[in-house]
Ligand binder design. Structure first.
Ligand code: MET
Ligand SMILES: [Zn+2]
Length: 761
């Protein structure tokens, strides 16, 4: 009988209990004791759910108060000295490293936080200071193993493998030039100590997460696997090397013939890797085949999963484990609380709790269980999969027809940039060093209160609209006072930059409780794309048009781009991402054209997620992504006249200037205030169109003095031509306070004026 295995379970609690407890602790309303108790309850609940479902291999040490990578750093004493000097208790140390801490006598910033592979989860980057001294600081995996055992649940502890741990880290400021992987010999004895403790506690098997195997790895990192696992195998424990989110074939050599018990691969993402990986195993190693998607919310197609398993079985025989593709951390907890979804659609979904049952049914069915219970489950699954594939909700013939007719000309502006620029200058009449913002202005409590009232039906649509107009009035007046050149309406009507559009497009649905951890206590509730996407009616024209009607200055229309809408939602798995991206591009094209028709001649299409969508490895898949990401953007923005100016905006990550160039936007703004690598500035200096390099950090309440803005502009101007220079912040201002924004923007605008003067005389 093939065993069923789950690689990790969401830890936020079915009702976001962890968020409430953690944030309560931060604000002093919840005691440490009560926070620990909440955590314990969540863990117990998770183990029970999986055990009751009949899962054979249940994980432990998948819980974290903030981030599992951060826990690991603390456990092995990878704690930069700036955090240890305050003598903080365990919880406070953890949170100080994760999110910074400012209170009497203590002022430390957080460690860097980065995206976990290509997911929307963020981890706290291991940061190795000059004096790092590895030692076993805590026994969290042992404690949680024993905790489960006391509850009658035998678990398999999840531990981040040494190679991935080091490879994902970086050297601290005082230690630049050190490659973290060089710490391997010093780190391994501490792993050995931990494994020994686990063995003593009764553990037999460990899940060793080594997802870095799906990346393009340098030679020395590949070579590290042999050293690492030869040493760790001495522990006497069965080590299960676990990978996810991609293809390990290019690194297969590195893990062949290691003294490990087995390998896990993600066969939802890359089923094609089964053959090669299975053949590379020794006669005693198991193959754990991930067939239940840990990254999306669709019900697993049982018959397809079983077929995949059969392919593996043909090579490895009964040395096969049936698993989730990755940890279920990336899916919401349970469908149980979704009362508002249409029953027909709800039947297509499966969240973590439901996936636990799926994995068991698949393992049993695959192993030939012919009980009526399993037969019924298979039949119900087949029916649901069939219903979705034939449902009219998923298909819109008009959308498909339209996309089939898209030509290259539709993805290309009428004239090249230099000609457009002439037309735009005439149309917009902007000064040198034009100033603008990225879209949102402070989302005040008042805005949230009114939005809530409106959603709950406590105020009418007219009342809400009046309120939004009043907000727009204030934002416009404010920008005129400050002296900005291209104004925005401030986005007061938007709860979230993707959800707002999802709610206005056909093809999306929303959950009421489908929260997924993004980082720390920040959870997101991604919209779900269930069908072909189209735009039944204008989405933003009313607000933009109103805003333009009350000012003589240019008003910038503000949209979220196709890739960002796609990446920050749960996408469909029944048609390629590429098709969904083009559908979004086409829907947005209608909006862009309608904005132009309504007299909006500057239109910004934000694509902050464009970088994170980049496939993890270089090669054909990545090239294909770049192509459709670029083309979808161009499809959205190429319907306008030369004289209409298209802006785009990017933040969050290092961009490849070549990808940005291919979008052919007239003006792009990028997050830039924290970048000080002259090479990076240089790369963007070669960007042919106009560009606004973000001049202040919108995450900080700090107000840079005018002189600082001037110094920064002067520095950029050393390599950057004045006639291409836009002046703007890093990103939207929605998380800031009004008073901060007033001072920040005033200083920014005044600095721009200084240069305008200089360059026009
Ligand atoms: C994460 S990018 C945000 C862009 C959006 N227009 C805003 O200003 O909030
Ligand atoms: Zn941004």
């Amino acid at each position: 009988m093939a065993k069923s295995s789950i690689l990790g379970f969401p830890r936020i609690g079915a009702q976001r209990e962890l968020k409430k407890a953690t944030e309560g602790y931060w604000s002093g309303k919840v005691t440490a004791e009560s926070l620990l108790e909440t955590a314990k309850t969540i863990r117990a609940e998770n183990w029970k759910t999986q055990k009751d479902a009949g899962v054979d291999i249940i994980p432990s040490n998948d819980f974290s108060f903030y981030d599992q990578v951060l826990d690991h750093s603390i456990m092995f004493n990878v704690i930069p000295a700036r955090y240890t000097k305050f003598d903080l208790n365990d919880l406070d140390l953890l949170f100080a490293m994760g999110r910074g801490l400012q209170r009497e006598g203590v002022d430390v910033t957080a460690l860097e936080m980065v995206k976990w592979f290509d997911s929307n989860y963020h981890y706290v980057r291991p940061t190795f200071g000059k004096n790092v001294e590895f030692k076993l600081n805590s026994t969290k995996p042992v404690d949680e193993y024993l905790e489960a055992k006391a509850q009658g649940v035998e678990t398999r502890p999840v531990i981040i493998g040494p190679v991935t741990y080091l490879y994902l880290g970086k050297a601290d400021k005082d230690n630049l030039g050190t490659e973290p992987i060089s710490y391997l010999p010093k780190l391994l004895p501490v792993y050995a100590e931990l494994l020994k403790k686990l063995l003593e506690a009764g553990v037999t098997d460990i899940q060793m997460d080594e997802p870095c195997l799906v990346l393009d790895l340098p030679e020395n990192v590949q070579a590290a696997f042999k050293d690492a696992y030869s040493a760790l195998a001495q522990s006497g424990l069965n080590l299960h090397l676990t990978t996810y989110f991609g293809d390990i074939r290019p690194n297969l050599k590195a893990v062949t013939d290691l003294p490990i018990a087995g390998i896990h691969i993600d066969c939802v993402r890359v089923p094609e890797q089964i053959d090669e990986v299975a053949k590379a195993l020794t006669d005693s190693q198991t193959l754990s085949v991930g067939v239940v998607d840990g990254r999306n919310i669709w019900k697993t197609d049982f018959s397809k999963a079983i077929k995949t398993l059969k392919t593996a079985e043909a090579i490895v025989g009964d040395r096969l484990v049936v698993a989730t593709s990755s940890s279920l951390l990336h899916t919401p907890v349970t469908l149980e609380s979704e009362k508002n979804l249409k029953e027909e659609i709800r039947d297509w979904f499966s969240f973590a709790v439901e996936k636990a049952t799926e994995i068991v049914v698949i393992a049993k069915a695959f192993s030939g269980d012919s009980s009526s219970e399993i037969a019924d489950a298979l039949a119900a699954n087949a029916k649901s999969i069939e219903a979705r594939s034939t449902s009219s909700i998923t298909k819109n013939p008009a959308v498909r027809e339209r996309l089939a007719k898209v030509t290259d000309a539709d993805k290309s502006r009428k004239s090249p940039f230099p000609e457009r620029l002439v037309a735009q200058k005439k149309n917009l009449n902007l000064p040198l060093f034009p100033t603008t913002t990225i879209g949102s202005f402070p989302q005040t409590k008042e805005i949230r209160v009114q939005r809530n009232k409106f959603t709950k039906g406590q105020i009418t649509a007219e009342e809400y609209e009046k309120f939004i107009e009043k907000e727009i009035d204030e934002v416009v007046k404010f920008q005129e006072e400050v002296g900005l050149d291209v104004l925005v309406h401030g986005e007061p009507e938007r709860n979230d930059m993707v959800q707002y559009f999802g709610e206005r497009l056909d093809g999306f649905v929303f959950t009421t409780n489908g929260w997924v951890q993004s980082y720390g206590s920040r959870y997101v509730r991604p919209p779900i794309i269930v069908g072909d996407v189209s735009r039944p009616a204008p989405m933003t024209v009313k607000e933009s048009k109103y805003a333009q009607s009350i000012t003589k200055k240019a008003m910038k229309g503000m949209l979220t781009g196709p890739i960002t809408c796609l990446r920050w939602s749960f996408p469909r798995d029944d048609i390629p991402l590429k098709d969904q991206s083009y559908q979004l591009g086409a829907a947005l094209r209608d909006e862009v054209n309608d904005l132009e028709a309504a007299g909006i001649y500057v239109i910004q299409v934000d694509e902050p997620a464009i970088r994170e969508g980049l496939p993890l490895r270089a090669g054909a898949e990545r090239e294909d992504y770049v192509k459709y990401a670029v083309e979808s953007f161009r499809l959205a923005t190429s319907g306008v006249q030369d004289s209409t100016q298209i802006h785009s905006h990017f933040c969050y990550s290092d961009l490849d200037p070549n990808h940005i160039k291919a979008l052919d936007a007239d003006v792009v703004s990028i997050e830039f205030s924290k970048k000080d690598d002259p090479k990076y500035i240089q790369e963007f200096a070669e960007y042919p169109n106009h560009i606004g390099l973000g001049l202040f950090d919108i995450h900080s309440p700090r107000v840079p003095p005018q002189s600082e803005f001037e110094a920064r502009i002067a520095e950029i101007l050393k390599v950057y031509p004045a006639e291409k220079f836009w002046v703007n912040p890093d990103c939207g201002l929605k998380t800031r306070q009004w008073e901060e924004v007033r001072q920040q923007l005033t200083n920014m605008v005044n600095a721009a004026k200084v240069f305008r003067e200089k360059y026009s005389s």
